[in-house]
Design a protein around this ligand. Structure first.
Ligand SMILES: [Zn+2]
Length: 132
């Protein structure tokens, strides 16, 4: 549980860092590379370098966010599955106990309420005999 939260935090931070550093890096790269061989600024080239860099960093950033979302979903599904199976099990057990009590397979101590199998003849807690 804690581990998956750590992984989510890691990817969230990594995603933000990707986008922020990627955008800053793209600007720096665009200014460094956006000149022609004469050293004059080429507006179009600057823009293209910046956009490519920004898109790449946004892609990786959002990929990280997508992983975080996926982990959230998986955890939610696991939690729901576990909850459903727990409920089913406890309902099944309660039903079974009710059946066993009415069929005489098990009996309930009238004094303390403890459940015994039919072959047990007295309550181990109160010492009273199995009621007939
Ligand atoms: Zn008892």
């Amino acid at each position: 549980m804690n581990q998956s939260i750590d992984v989510r935090n890691f990817f969230s931070i990594f995603g933000v860092v990707c986008i922020v550093l990627g955008c800053i890096g793209s600007i720096v790269l665009a200014f460094a590379m956006g000149t022609d061989i004469h050293g004059e600024r080429n507006g179009m080239l600057t823009l293209v370098v910046f956009l490519v860099g920004a898109c790449a960093s946004l892609f990786w950033g959002f990929l990280c966010f997508a992983i975080v979302q996926a982990l959230d979903c998986l955890e939610g599904i696991n939690y729901n599955l576990k909850k459903t199976s727990d409920n089913t099990q406890s309902i099944g057990e309660a039903d079974q106990l009710e059946k066993d009590l009415s069929s005489g397979k098990r009996w309930k101590c009238p004094e303390c309420g403890k459940i015994y199998m039919s072959y047990e003849t007295s309550c181990m807690v109160c010492g009273i005999s199995k009621p007939r």
